[in-house]
Design a protein around this ligand. Structure first.
Ligand SMILES: *Cc1c(COP(=O)(O)O)cnc(C)c1O
Length: 438
């Protein structure tokens, strides 16, 4: 295929017709791009609120709590939106705990997940009154018991079930197969409940399941919920009281407008209702990506074009340190030229580019063989659907300071994280002058 690097003579109208408006939560992206140096992340507050209220509406009538998976986007201003909407948080570290509390999420609406909680982290969570621990191994259950006993506290815990279900998603974001590190088998969980009376400070009264992320089919959810539901009924018959069933997160979003067909949230909730008919405790949902991914874009400018031997490169000022998903998961993100004359396609013939960042890694590639209107240095591009696992996974690799983040709400914007300065980036580093012998 010798398309690559070549100009496509007659771009189809469809290919160039942008599916995305230039307006972003009432804000003209050209104006926003002119107001702030690129690259930066922008989030639409209204998109997040709509996602939340849509999910809340679907859950109407259920005893359900939404705990936002903080790792998807831990920005304080984003967490404040969650707090204002009455959401709780699903956390995996002491840092996420502190962020959630700082944003105003009450401790009793926080669930603590993750395979590697340290005893110190558990202790801190107990001290502030975290609502529930999702426990992933018997060793962790022992540690939780010790931490609670030391504090003379009684804590609530759920066992995270690994239902051995294939979520049909990327291997690196699949978590519910028996060879993944997450959760325990139902056989093992059964033993935990049988021995529950030996854990005096842990009230084991919940089930938890989270099978993976970016799931675009209902079926894996249905299967996982089926396993959980059968096990819950068995436990009740055996005399255990189950007060919480946490169905995890994982709802997929549209990364590729022309292809991804996400699960309808109403159908998803219907599946939960069906599986858990008769359950009178609290149903917990832990969506991350679903609430924030489509609300975010990464704005970046073209530094220059480069005609390689076989590829046509578009070199932009964002890089894998700002958005890791394409490098880490081969993830697709729609990318769009934000152009004053976007209605004048004749001015810019369609061109096929590899869109790459400045970082010294071949994997610093946002897209391969992507058709865009012909670009030049200084052009503004929007990388779409970056609100989840975007800024939250960023690093300072290649000594690139962390990008700014802005929240856009009805035509105005607020910087919610300023671009990291060089001094902030190196804060804490020092020359090796103070030597010790441990
Ligand atoms: C990451 C994670 C989530 C959120 O997953 P999404 O795919 O972003 O919805 C929920 N629960 C647990 C335990 C997680 O690890």
């Amino acid at each position: 295929m010798e398309l690559i690097g070549a100009q496509v003579a007659a771009p189809s109208q469809e290919a160039l017709e942008s599916p995305f408006p230039r307006l972003f939560d009432g804000m003209d992206l050209i104006a926003l791009g002119a107001a702030l140096p690129t690259p930066f992340h922008a989030y639409s507050a209204n998109t997040i609120r709509q996602r939340i209220s849509g999910l809340q509406a679907a859950l109407d009538g259920l005893n359900a709590a939404i705990c936002f998976a903080v790792k998807a986007n831990p920005s304080l201003a984003i967490l404040q939106i969650m707090a204002q909407s009455g959401l709780g948080a699903d956390i995996v570290s002491s840092g996420e705990l502190r962020r959630s509390l700082k944003a105003g999420i009450p401790a009793n609406r926080i669930v603590f997940s993750g395979v590697g909680k340290t005893e110190a982290e558990m202790g801190e969570a107990i001290d502030v009154g975290v609502g529930r621990f999702n426990v992933e191994s018997s060793e962790e259950l022992e540690a939780l018991q010790r931490a609670a006993r030391t504090r003379e506290a009684i804590v609530r815990a759920s066992v995270r079930i690994n239902p051995d279900v294939d979520a049909g998603t990327h291997d690196k974001i699949s978590t519910g197969k028996s060879d993944n590190k997450f959760g325990v088998s139902i056989t093992e969980a059964r033993r935990w409940f049988a021995a529950v009376s030996c854990k005096e400070n842990v009230r084991l009264d919940g089930l938890h399941v989270h099978i993976g992320s970016q799931i675009l089919e209902l079926e894996p959810f249905r299967q996982a919920l089926h396993h959980v539901s059968v096990f819950w009924r068995e436990l009740v018959l055996a005399g255990h009281s189950i007060n919480s069933i946490d169905v995890g997160g994982g709802l997929g979003v549209v990364y590729r407008g022309a292809r991804d067909k996400p699960v309808n949230v109403g159908d998803y909730v219907h599946t939960i209702r069906e599986a858990l008919t008769g359950f009178e405790g609290r149903i917990v949902l832990e969506p991350g990506r679903y609430l924030v991914a489509e609300a975010g874009i990464l704005l970046t400018r073209v530094i220059r074009t480069k005609q390689g031997a076989t590829r046509n490169f578009l070199i932009v000022d964002a890089a894998m340190n700002d958005l890791l998903r394409p490098s880490l998961y081969d993830a697709w993100h729609d990318i769009e030229l934000i152009d004053e004359e976007s209605d004048r396609n004749d001015l810019r013939p369609g061109t096929v580019y590899d869109i790459v960042g400045p970082v010294c890694e071949t994997s610093d590639t946002f897209a391969i063989g992507r058709q865009l209107p012909q670009c030049r240095a200084g052009d503004l591009l929007a990388i779409r659907c970056t609100g989840a696992y975007g800024a939250s996974m960023s690093s300072t690799y290649n000594s690139r300071p962390l990008a700014a983040e802005v929240l856009v709400d009805d035509g105005s914007y607020a910087v919610i994280r300023r671009r990291q300065s060089f001094d902030e980036m190196i804060a804490g580093e020092q020359a090796a002058t103070l030597w010790r012998t441990a």
